[in-house]
Design a protein around this ligand. Structure first.
Ligand SMILES: [Zn+2]
Length: 150
């Protein structure tokens, strides 16, 4: 890899360790200017077509995912700014670890579970925005149907 500081063609790995599986964290050092920088190596989703509801396929787009996640944090703008990228990367890692063909529904389900685990309120907002809410009836409440027997 070239140096990000002086564009010298040779850098060496000074330190390396597995990060959050399946990625690898590396500290690189330039042989010319001695600049040190960090890289992450992880499998790519570029060659994994994502099946859409209209039976077309599309490429995975982490930018779209980040925007979609940040929309679920309208109650917490700080989290929208700082957690959205991290949550999107967590979703991406889970998708990489999934061996079956991927669909937009899979991405939605995994994103929902990831957001819900981090912030239940954001989970509810994400579910509402993606039509994951199938029933609005609250548990334990009586049915709203009446019978007239007099
Ligand atoms: Zn350099």
């Amino acid at each position: 890899m070239i140096c990000i500081n002086c564009f010298h063609v040779k850098t060496r790995v000074a330190n390396s360790r597995p990060h959050t599986k399946p990625s690898v964290w590396r500290r690189r050092k330039c042989n010319s200017c001695q600049a040190v920088f960090t890289t992450y190596e992880k499998p790519s989703l570029d060659d994994r077509p994502i099946l859409q509801n209209n039976s077309q396929t599309d490429a995975f787009n982490i930018g779209r995912l980040i925007i979609s996640i940040s929309r679920s944090f309208q109650h917490d703008t700080k989290a929208a700014k700082y957690a959205s990228l991290h949550l999107a990367e967590t979703v991406e890692s889970k998708l990489i670890a999934t061996t079956k063909p991927l669909s937009t529904d899979d991405i939605t389900a995994i994103t929902y579970e990831t957001i819900r685990h981090y912030d239940p309120v954001a989970g509810v907002q994400y579910a509402a925005q993606h039509d994951l809410v199938t029933s609005t009836r609250r548990p334990g409440r009586p049915s709203t149907s009446f019978s007239y027997e007099d």
